[in-house]
Design a protein around this ligand. Structure first.
Ligand code: NAI
Length: 351
């Protein structure tokens, strides 16, 4: 990075570029991780979160950027993978926030087009408008496709129907019990779709306001957040935080399918095999939640809506292919998806 922007590159093996950028005066402190641009510019959201330490923010950016490479590759998008993580909080008031995100846009502009961003946890389409005041390399704006959450939820539904067909011989979710953890932006749309398909929906959220908003959909059963893993459900749909599936959580699960929007659902890679050993069909998070970035193809790659919708529906065949590869190669579904992504990137998959 050049000009008055203070950026420091960090060397990270397997990543094309990683930058730490600070602007003392505004308190702006961000990590840009460009993982891979083999298939196109690295596309990934801008996340704002409060981190305990800079290293934690770097780790988050690296993991999320790599996930974006795999997600974009398997979604058939002409994008590589990257992520921007801003150490929060960001200003709340309108004008300082606008200036903050305009500065973020300047940093993205300095990267020269190898990274294109959009909305993510802690940012909004309005923030992306501010980013767009300083760069062209941004999607998910108010004036474009806007909030990706409805598309993410639709992708999760398509993924779930494919997993249901694989497990129960029919994609129908009618009468199936689905436990949704987190009824925020994506979870709420997902509940609506499940409800329309005749599923019985159980929900849990730490926010009473979110529970109230979801309850307006009608006929949902509310479960305490610490009980959602234990309920007798056919499907567990994590739509809150990452890392929710650790050893203990997998032991508690009654569901036969795990399919949700949350990023980085597996607390660590060994959980993939554990889910398989327990006979639980895990739909890899980056396959199930690709709908949001697929909607970005309209703003970023100039796709028309029909092509975008076809890619959304294509999530179903990707899920079927991943599940079949997991059986054929006798590996976990996450490992099967990673191998498929590596093949799409033209690399020989790691053993
Ligand atoms: P959100 O912030 O709108 O919703 C998350 C919900 O989870 C909130 O209602 C929150 O109160 C709840 N929650 C937090 N901790 C919880 C807990 N321990 N138990 C139960 N509920 C809890 O976020 P959004 O946009 O709905 O995203 C959900 C997940 O999906 C995130 O992990 C995000 O990274 C991922 N994702 C979202 C996409 C999108 O289009 N919004 C795209 C791809 C992934």
């Amino acid at each position: 990075m050049k000009s008055d922007i203070e950026g420091h590159p960090i060397e990270v093996s397997g990543y094309e570029q990683v930058w730490v950028v600070r602007a003392e005066r505004s308190g702006y402190h961000a990590i840009f991780a460009i993982h891979d641009t083999t298939l196109g510019p690295a596309v990934g959201g801008t996340r704002v979160r409060v981190y305990d330490a800079v290293d934690a923010a770097v780790d988050d950016a690296l993991r999320l950027a790599r996930g974006m490479t795999c997600k974009n590759a398997l979604a058939g998008l002409p994008f590589g993978g990257g992520k921007a993580v801003i150490l929060g909080p960001a200003p709340v008031e309108r004008e300082p926030r606008r200036a903050f995100f305009r500065f973020h846009g300047r940093c993205i502009q300095e990267l020269g087009g190898c990274f294109v961003t959009g909305e993510d946890v802690g940012t909004t389409p309005t923030d992306m408008e501010s980013v767009a005041e300083a760069t062209d390399y941004v999607g998910g704006r108010e004036t474009g496709m806007g909030d990706p959450s409805p598309f993410t939820a639709r992708g999760v539904l398509v993924a779930l129907e494919a997993a249901a067909a694989d497990r129960w011989g029919s994609p129908s979710l009618h009468g199936r019990i689905v436990a949704v953890q987190g009824v925020g932006a994506v979870g709420l749309h997902l509940c609506r779709g499940l409800h329309e398909r005749g599923a019985r929906v159980l929900i849990a959220d730490v926010s009473p306001a979110r529970i109230e908003a979801a309850s307006r959909l009608g006929a949902l059963e509310v479960v305490a957040p610490d009980r959602i893993l234990d309920v007798e459900a056919d499907v567990f749909a994590p739509c809150a935080l990452g890392g929710v599936l650790d050893e203990k959580a997998v032991d508690r699960l009654c569901a036969q399918i795990v399919c949700g929007a949350a990023n980085n659902q597996l607390a660590h890679p060994r959980i993939d095999a554990k889910l398989r050993d327990r006979g639980i069909r895990y739909v890899p998070d980056y396959v199930a939640n690709a709908g949001g970035v697929i909607s970005g193809s309209v703003d970023i790659a100039g796709w028309d809506r029909t092509r975008m919708e076809q890619a959304l529906d294509g999530i179903g065949s990707t899920v079927s292919a991943v599940l079949a590869a997991s059986d054929r190669e006798d590996i976990g579904t996450q490992a099967a998806a990673d191998r498929m992504a590596e093949r799409r990137l033209g690399r020989s998959p790691s053993p």
